[in-house]
Design a binder for this molecule. Structure first.
Ligand SMILES: C[S@@+](CC[C@H](N)C(=O)[O-])C[C@H]1O[C@@H](n2cnc3c(N)ncnc32)[C@H](O)[C@@H]1O
Length: 220
């Protein structure tokens, strides 16, 4: 399989996957269905998070004891499935996306995995939905994986809605290495955000070189 991290050789990427909790049948089918959609030109091929990132996100959700979570950028539902599986049975995940077509795929897999009752999906521009939510401490965990130029605003809106010690995960923060030499608006947005977050006293920040870069922010 092609490595999702530009930092790994194909052999090391295989080794990382082989040394990580293996995807079960539901996840394997979701990855295969999303890949088939990409082959038919129905979805971009690189949108889904890497399998090893999914494993980490499920582990983190459980280890943090998260009960309430929010996701910005759901696509065909893989990251949401991992977060939902890490929540307790009475936990909740709010998913924000604009695509009815792609998220409909996710809904089927959430049903199949038995976690659909933990997930609420709201369709519409994420910033509008986020701003419509009460600005009170609500969430233990947030995952941001939508339009890259929107990340800075998402982080600002998430801050008051996150519980103290709450964690935000930001995807694609290395932009395949282009944060060092931004080539477009999305690269520039992430390079500027990475610098701003590292200097922001409201957050404890760690950028992991996993997949395409995963930043962890803890609300102080
Ligand atoms: C990279 S994909 C998310 C992948 C997903 N986390 C997964 O694991 O499969 C980005 C998603 O963000 C959504 N998106 C893009 N711009 C958005 C916006 N302004 N508001 C809400 N969703 C948006 C797209 O429809 C797409 O489904």
């Amino acid at each position: 399989m092609t490595p999702r991290s530009f930092l790994l050789t194909p052999e090391l990427a295989d080794y990382v996957r082989a040394s990580t909790e293996a995807p079960d049948e539901v996840i394997a089918d979701l990855i295969a269905e999303t890949a088939a959609m990409a082959e038919r030109g129905e979805a971009p091929g690189t949108m889904q998070i890497a399998a090893e990132q999914g494993a980490l996100m499920q582990l983190l959700t459980t280890a943090l004891g998260a009960r309430t979570a929010i996701e910005i950028g759901t696509f065909t539902g893989f990251s949401a499935l991992c977060i939902a599986r890490g929540l307790p049975a009475d936990g909740s995940l709010l998913c924000l996306d604009i695509s009815e077509e792609w998220t409909a795929v996710g809904r089927r897999y959430w049903e199949r995995a038995g976690v659909a009752d933990r997930i609420e999906l709201r369709l519409g521009p994420a910033l509008e939905t986020l701003r419509s939510l009460p600005a009170v401490e609500t969430y233990d965990l947030a995952f941001v994986d939508a339009d890259k130029t929107g990340y800075a605003a998402y982080v600002e809106e998430l801050h008051p809605r996150l519980n103290p010690n709450g964690v935000v995960l930001l995807d694609n923060t290395l932009r395949d290495g282009r944060v060092l030499d931004p080539q477009d608006e999305s690269d520039r947005a992430l390079a500027e955000l990475n610098a701003a977050l590292a200097a922001d006293p409201r957050w404890e920040t760690a950028l992991l070189p996993l997949a395409d870069g995963l930043t962890l922010l803890r609300k102080r």
